[in-house]
Write a protein that binds this ligand. Structure first.
Ligand code: GTP
Ligand code: MG
Length: 371
């Protein structure tokens, strides 16, 4: 396969950008994408907008000249119209996604000045995605006067505030209304345990009327596990074998303040099993679906999981097993990338103690934690 060089360029205007593309990748470079971006990108809360061009050159030397913004648009149109080329474009995009260095504004990796680099490295070591980390530092640099760029404590405080502000948008407050919630997610992430924690808090501590339902008839042990929790908490527990049964059980429990539905863990790659659960949940539109994720899962797997479970119209996220890792950057990556609210985090196996409604500042502190 031809060797492909893919690069992202930033600038204020298209002629300058195209000049950069030509000088770095040659006049036969292909523009894959051009768009306006906020200097802050994913976080979208940064300063002025920039033009971004993603360009590629390959060793087959295809003749694609890009001279002006108009040429660039025409070129994109041609690419879309030409099937063979657009196949190649998707191939390039794939390579791009896999191998793309973080935005470098057309230069090799920029080392941040003063103490910013140190904080940048802390974010990276906590698994914050490089692009997101860069955006956070860019914003901090924009915010902090240059005379304080050596003041580590001040920079840290500002970065904490930036991350906190971001989480403020995506951390949900507890609903006062009656709720019907189904937990879905991969196997073993802690769905049943989390459900038991929520049921115990609502029923025992808040004296609400609670019912549990499970559609996880896949394993006898799973039924026993939930029944044991239901017995300890003294709440009813029903089993739904079909979507229709689930619907009528929800109707039966209309008087309850909280109805929690447990589902069987599913591999994100098993489309059939996921479709089966979807069949149950689609029959009950009143159910809010929370996706449960183990925070210690690597970012690529988390992305796959979210994409597979996205079919369910995920309302909120729950991150589990915060006690099993010291790196929490993936929470920021997922919340930033998928723009989903965070409902709860769990921090251990104890029912009901090890669950919290996160506060923006607490989660931000975890993301910025050192050592
Ligand atoms: N360390 C830690 N363990 C947890 C946490 N939440 C759940 N677990 C443990 O993870 C294991 C699996 O928990 P379950 O609740 O059965 O997970 P599940 O998602 O219902 O599993 P399946 O139904 O088989 O898909 C159990 O040993 C739990 O005690 C947590 O926050 N921290
Ligand atoms: Mg379970």
């Amino acid at each position: 396969m031809a060797e492909v060089k893919v690069k992202r360029f930033y600038g204020d205007n298209m002629p300058d950008l195209l000049g950069k593309v030509k000088s770095e990748l040659g006049s036969e470079a292909i523009i894959i994408q051009s768009r306006k971006v906020r200097q802050g990108g994913i976080l979208g809360i940064f300063g002025p907008s920039l033009l971004e061009v993603i360009a590629a050159a390959d060793s087959d030397n295809r003749k694609v000249l890009v001279d002006s913004e108009q040429d660039c648009r025409l070129e994109q149109l041609r690419l879309i119209q030409n099937d063979a080329v657009s196949r190649q474009v998707s191939e390039l995009k794939k390579i791009l996604e896999e191998n793309m260095p973080a935005p470098s504004y057309g230069k090799p990796r920029r080392v941040f000045p003063g103490c910013f680099e140190q904080i940048f490295q802390v974010l990276l070591s906590n698994d914050v995605g490089e692009g997101t980390a860069r955006e956070i530092i860019d914003r901090a640099m924009y915010k902090i006067n240059q005379s304080r760029w050596q003041d580590l404590a001040a920079i840290k405080a500002d970065v904490l505030e930036i991350i906190t502000d971001y989480f403020k948008e995506y951390i949900s407050t507890e609903s006062k209304e009656k709720e019907r919630i189904a937990l879905v997610g991969p196997t073993g992430v802690g769905k049943t345990t989390t459900l038991a924690k929520l049921a115990a808090i609502a029923s025992v501590l808040k004296e609400k009327k609670v019912a549990l339902i499970t559609i996880d008839t896949f394993r006898v042990a799973a039924l026993e596990q939930l029944r044991t929790y239901a017995d300890i908490i003294s709440v009813s527990m029903d089993v739904a074998h079909t979507p229709k049964e689930l619907k009528s059980l929800l109707d039966k429990h209309q008087d309850k303040d909280l109805v929690l539905v447990d589902t069987a863990g599913r591999s994100p790659y098993n489309k059939l099993q996921i479709a089966e659960i979807k069949g149950f949940l689609d029959a009950c539109p009143e159910l809010k679906i929370y996706l449960v994720l183990n925070v210690a899962t690597n970012q690529k797997d988390l992305n796959e999981i979210i994409l597979s479970f996205e079919k369910f119209s995920i309302a909120k996220l729950i991150f589990t097993k915060l006690d099993e890792t010291h790196r929490y950057g993936t929470i920021l990556n997922i919340v930033a990338g998928f723009k989903k609210e965070l409902a709860y985090v769990t921090t251990g196996q104890n029912v009901p103690d090890d669950i919290e409604i996160p506060t923006p500042v607490n989660i931000a502190q975890l993301v910025l934690r050192e050592g």
